[in-house]
Design a protein around this ligand. Sequence first.
Ligand SMILES: [Zn+2]
Length: 125
Amino acid sequence: MKKYYLQPIGGGFYLMDPAAKSFILARAEAEAAGIKIVVNSADRTRKEQEKLVEKYGLWDAVTNPTGAAAPGTSNHERGKAIDISVLSGDKKKFEQIMNRHGFRRTVPGEAWHWDYTYVPKGGVT
Ligand SMILES: [Zn+2]
């Protein structure tokens, strides 16, 4: 069963609200700008995260920068992270669009990984 706060973003992927709404807007803007993207991952269960660690090893900035975050610590498990490949179009422009919609690249060496970092004025209750 999906976590109650998740919203579908298409392709069988989910993000929490408001990251889902923000991503849908960002994707529409990117498409309008002729940028082609594909989503490779969004929300994950803890089990899915454990499988990634088994496959890629535990992430470490120095010794394993392409590893996966420890289960329980990944923003993917909170529906707040999304992995995207830019297939064609202006990558710099795509970054600007994503930034404007609250997504940031937070993991060095992972050009595909975006965390939703927007915090509404007054904070989250
Ligand atoms: Zn990721």
